[in-house]
Design a protein around this ligand. Structure first.
Ligand code: HEC
Length: 202
C-alpha cells in the first residue's frame, strides 16, 4: 500500500516537473524575431562580458590606456616597408638619389590612374603647391605656411625620375621643409599622383 502511494506521488512529481520545464522553456520564446526574449541569467558577467572600449582609460594596461601600440616591427598585412631611410638631412639626401635609381613606377598612366592621381593631389598637395602645381597653394599665399613650395611643373621637378619624386612624397624634402606623407598616402596612390604631375607640365 505504502509503496503504491509513493510510486503515484513520484509519477505525478515527474509529470509536474516536466510541465514546468516545458513552460519555462517556451516562456522565453516570443513571436517577434528581433526580440531576444527573456533571459534568466543575464545578471551574470559571463553572459554579457564587460569590456573596455578602445579609446577609454584603463587602470590595468600599460600607460593607462586600453588601445595598446602594436609590438615593435609589426607591419599591417600586405604592407611592404619602405626600403630607404629618411630621418635626417643626410639620409634624405642619399635616399632621394638612391630612390631615383631603384624605384620604378609600377602603374601605367591610364585615364583612371591619372584621374585618381588628380583626386589625391588635390587632397594632399594642392593646399601648398596649388591646384596647377605652380607652388602657389593657399596655405602659402595666405601666409599660413612659411616655406615656399617648389613649382612642380618646372623643369627642376619634371626632370627628376619618378623614384625621386616618390621619395619626396614618402619622406619629405631633403631640408625637411616639406613633410613626408608616408602615413597619409598609400604607395599605390603616390605613384598615381606622380603620373598626374606629369600631365600638369604639358
Ligand atoms: C605642407 C605643405 C606641403 C605639402 C602638403 C606638400 N608639399 Fe611638396 N613642398 C613643400 C615645400 C615647402 C617644398 C620646398 C621644400 C624644400 O625646399 O626643402 C616642397 C617641395 C616639393 C618637391 C621638390 C623636392 C626637391 O627635391 O626639391 C616635390 C617634388 C614636392 N614638394 C611634391 C609634393 C607632392 C607630390 C605633394 C603631395 C603629395 C606635396 N609636395 C605636398 C610643401 C608641401
Amino acid at each position: 500500500m505504502y509503496s503504491i502511494m509513493k510510486n503515484k506521488f513520484l509519477h505525478r512529481f515527474k509529470y509536474i516537473t516536466l510541465v514546468i520545464v516545458v513552460l519555462a522553456f517556451f516562456s522565453s520564446c516570443t513571436v517577434d524575431k528581433n526580440d531576444p526574449g527573456r533571459d534568466y541569467m543575464g545578471k551574470f558577467d559571463m553572459y554579457y562580458t564587460k569590456f573596455y572600449k578602445a579609446f577609454t582609460p584603463n587602470k590595468i594596461l600599460p600607460h593607462g590606456q586600453t588601445n595598446q601600440a602594436p609590438p615593435k616591427g609589426t607591419v599591417p598585412r600586405g604592407h611592404k616597408p619602405f626600403p630607404l631611410k629618411g630621418s635626417n638631412v643626410q639620409e634624405r639626401l642619399n635616399g632621394q638619389t638612391k630612390a631615383g635609381e631603384i624605384l620604378k613606377n609600377p602603374l601605367k598612366p591610364t585615364k583612371e590612374v591619372i584621374a585618381e592621381g588628380k583626386r589625391q593631389f588635390n587632397i594632399f598637395c594642392a593646399d601648398c603647391h596649388g591646384k596647377q602645381g605652380k607652388g602657389d597653394g593657399h596655405l602659402y599665399t595666405a601666409g599660413l605656411y612659411p616655406a615656399k613650395p617648389t613649382s612642380l611643373v618646372d623643369n627642376y621637378v619634371q626632370s627628376k625620375p619618378d623614384g625621386e619624386i616618390f621619395y619626396v612624397i614618402t619622406k619629405g624634402s631633403i631640408s625637411g621643409l616639406m613633410p613626408g606623407h608616408e602615413i597619409q598616402i598609400k604607395p599605390e596612390n603616390r605613384w598615381k599622383i606622380i603620373h598626374y604631375l606629369r600631365t600638369l607640365a604639358k
